[in-house]
Design a protein around this ligand. Structure first.
Ligand SMILES: [Zn+2]
Ligand SMILES: [Zn+2]
Ligand SMILES: [Zn+2]
Length: 350
């Protein structure tokens, strides 16, 4: 074994003679130099300096509990700070345990990194338990994430069945983590969808102002000739749908009071505009001033849910213009937005 280790030269150039032996549980004796071991591991240093306290006799250092070859690789690392990929693959788990017990942070870091990169559904539970024992939080988290992403497969392994029978606390810990991860995912998805919806409403508001101020293909203010705009609207994909809705609103016999859903939606869009509009004096959107007046006269119409909706529609625009790079902002697909926001309006307060 000794020839595998780096030759240790003493001050006069002679090869120093090994002065201690590492003894493994398999009975392998590995000759080594006490000053090298002591400088690489404070725990080994203690064992060398105070052998009685550690129940090791003079010159013998027991390293029990792991395969002999893993101990050899460990000692090799203490000498050279190196171990091969192959050794890491074979003994990574043992080396992590040894690096933790003998306080060799450099090796511990390497093991943590390597083990995290080699996680499989078969070994993840073993590595998780070891990460817990060896106080390796990064590795622990990687294992938990791997587990929650591949739980269906892990559930089928012998390891999981064993763990269920022998460590219900860890089972609970894992299930809780998966549960929380699911909740986090759902929450993010819901927030993203909500944000999209408010943004669509905010764009509908812009489109409404565009139609009512400059006019578009078939609807516009009375003093602007809409017929000069040929072809589909170049500004908003929602424009055509919104123009159809305005036309319907103007011509419908049933109206809001008669229970027409399309009219109700249009009514709500006008109301939403009025809640957002900051220039009612010069505004050309129908009903803008009427709604403002109504709110001033009757505070009850201005309920909390509606105020929240208005706030979110306003902030959606700001958030999206801050979070999207300019090109993306322009390329954002606008297909079918009309339909989506119209559906949403159904859930809004009347
Ligand atoms: Zn348009
Ligand atoms: Zn109608
Ligand atoms: Zn207005």
């Amino acid at each position: 074994m000794v020839e595998k280790l780096n030759p240790q030269l003493s001050a006069d150039g002679e090869m120093a003679v090994p002065d201690v032996e590492i003894i493994t549980s398999g009975g392998l004796r590995i000759p080594a130099h006490s000053h090298i071991l002591a400088s690489a591991s404070p725990v080994l240093e203690g064992m060398i300096e105070r052998p009685q306290k550690h129940r090791s006799s003079q010159g013998n250092i027991p390293v029990p509990g792991v395969p002999c070859d893993a101990v050899s690789v460990f000692i090799q690392f203490l000498y050279s700070s190196k171990c091969s990929e192959e050794q890491m693959e074979k003994y990574g788990i043992h080396l992590l345990a040894l690096s933790h017990v003998y306080l060799v942070p450099q090796l511990k870091q390497r093991c943590t990194r390597e083990l995290a990169g080699r996680l499989t559904t078969e070994n993840v539970l073993d590595v998780l338990q070891l990460a817990r024992l060896c106080d390796a939080p990064d590795l622990y988290l990687k294992c938990m994430k791997m587990l929650s992403c591949n739980f269906k497969a892990v559930e089928q392994t012998e390891g999981w069945k064993f763990l269920q029978n022998h460590d219900p606390w860890l089972e609970l810990e894992i299930l809780q983590f998966i549960d929380e991860a699911e909740m986090r995912k759902k929450r993010t998805r819901r927030n993203r969808e909500e944000q999209k919806m408010y943004l669509q409403l905010s764009e509908a508001m812009e489109c409404l102002e565009h139609i009512c101020t400059e006019g578009c293909t078939s609807v516009g203010p009375y003093d602007i000739d809409p017929s000069k705009n040929k072809g589909p609207c170049s500004k908003f994909s929602t424009c055509r749908g919104l123009q159809l809705l305005i036309k319907h609103f103007a011509a419908c016999k049933k109206r809001v009071n008669g229970g027409c859903l399309r009219c109700k939606r249009m009514w709500q869009l006008f109301q939403l505009h009025s809640s957002i509009c900051d220039k009612p004096e010069e505004c050309r959107v129908p009903l803008c001033r009427q709604f403002k007046l109504k709110v001033q006269q009757n505070k009850r119409g201005d309920d909390a849910r509606w105020r929240l909706l208005v706030r979110k529609v306003i902030s959606a625009k700001t958030i999206s213009s801050l979070s999207l790079p300019k090109r993306k902002r322009e390329e954002r697909p606008r297909i079918a937005q009309m339909k989506i926001y119209l559906e949403y309006m159904d859930t809004c307060p009347k």
